[in-house]
Design a protein around this ligand. Structure first.
Ligand code: NDP
Length: 292
């Protein structure tokens, strides 16, 4: 049976270091500030921004939560982003995805001050990830996955990492991050997606298999070789009448059968999710230091 990679415990370790850094900044009269912006009332998005705001407050950051109506126009949102860009108390800005249809998300991301783009989606930060520039911002989920593996002492260097999914939020930046030339990366990376042929053959060749496709329980034991490490990024709602909410969250990996074959595996919830928030906090503190 696989070892469980406990994302909550590893995120707690990150917070111990962050609390120390934040205390040091505060003793110099500086409080890192994070603004999270939600347009509309998507329930999952609302839950995400609430937990981000809650964690900012717990750490003693200056936290601003802007909840704008679903009818907000592109120019109204751009004006709010501009205000936050100019606000010296704000060091990190996040506009929760997906926005309503009338909003052009690419234009919003490009309007962010890249020095405050703690999600790492601005083209300037994407370029910095490609060129491994240390002052750039790496998207929080890939950064959290790397940290999970490093803290769990899972060797990435030289390993064959197979990533299922090629989104701009997870798959692509994760591939760039893990192929970088440094001791916490140096992986041989394969990225597979919905058009990949012979998927099981590809995934079975992975030392580390990372699933980020958004398909409940998609990865079965047949996709996995004995002794592989499995990272499950997926967050999928499936109906569950026994649950008071009427649904429960599952990952992209059929946990029970895959855990029998794997050496280590992340659970859903409690795996990658807590690390994503921890890396957002970490990026905010980094942004604050770099803006001083
Ligand atoms: P997207 O929908 O943007 O991308 C999904 C990717 O998976 C696409 O590249 C798609 O291929 C690929 N894919 C879909 N179906 C298959 C299939 N049957 N076989 C192979 N590849 C497939 O999703 P995201 O990257 O935004 O998110 C992925 C999952 O991770 C979701 O469940 C999301 O909720 C979760 N997530 C979790 C986070 C966390 O903090 N834990 C953070 C961000 C996301 P193609 O490109 O060909 O369409």
């Amino acid at each position: 049976m696989a070892n469980l990679i406990d994302g909550r415990a590893i995120a707690e370790k990150v917070y111990v270091d962050l609390r120390r850094e934040i205390a040091e900044l505060k003793s110099n009269g500086i409080t890192p500030g994070l603004a999270v912006v939600l347009v509309g009332d998507n329930p999952a998005s609302r839950a995400y921004i609430r937990s981000k705001d809650k964690m900012s407050r717990e750490l003693g950051l200056h936290s601003v939560k802007l909840e704008l109506p679903a009818s907000t126009t592109q120019s109204e949102l751009l004006a709010r982003v501009e205000e936050l860009n100019r606000d010296p108390a704000i060091h990190g800005i996040l506009v929760q995805s997906p926005p309503p249809k009338q909003i052009d998300e690419t234009a919003i991301v490009q309007a962010l001050d890249p020095r405050k783009d703690v999600d790492g989606f601005h083209p300037a930060n994407v370029a910095k990830l490609v060129s491994a520039a240390a002052d750039g911002f790496v998207p929080c989920t890939p950064l959290g996955i790397q940290r999970l593996l490093v803290e769990s002492k899972i060797g990435i260097s030289g390993a064959h990492v197979v990533i299922l999914g090629r989104s701009m939020i997870v798959g692509k930046p994760l591939a760039l991050l893990l192929m970088q030339k440094n001791k916490n990366a140096d992986a041989t990376v394969t990225v597979a997606h919905s058009r990949s042929r012979n998927l099981e053959e590809i995934t079975r060749s992975a030392d580390i298999l990372i699933a980020a496709i958004g398909r409940a329980n998609f990865v079965k034991s047949g996709h996995v070789r004995d002794g592989a490490v499995i990272v499950d990024v997926g967050i999928n709602r499936i109906e569950d009448a026994t649950n008071e909410r009427g649904y429960r969250l599952v990952g992209d990996v059929a946990f029970d059968e895959v855990a029998k074959k794997a050496a280590a595996i992340t659970p859903v919830p409690g795996g990658v999710g807590p690390m994503t928030i921890a890396m957002l906090m970490s990026n905010t503190v980094k942004a604050c230091r770099q803006l001083l």
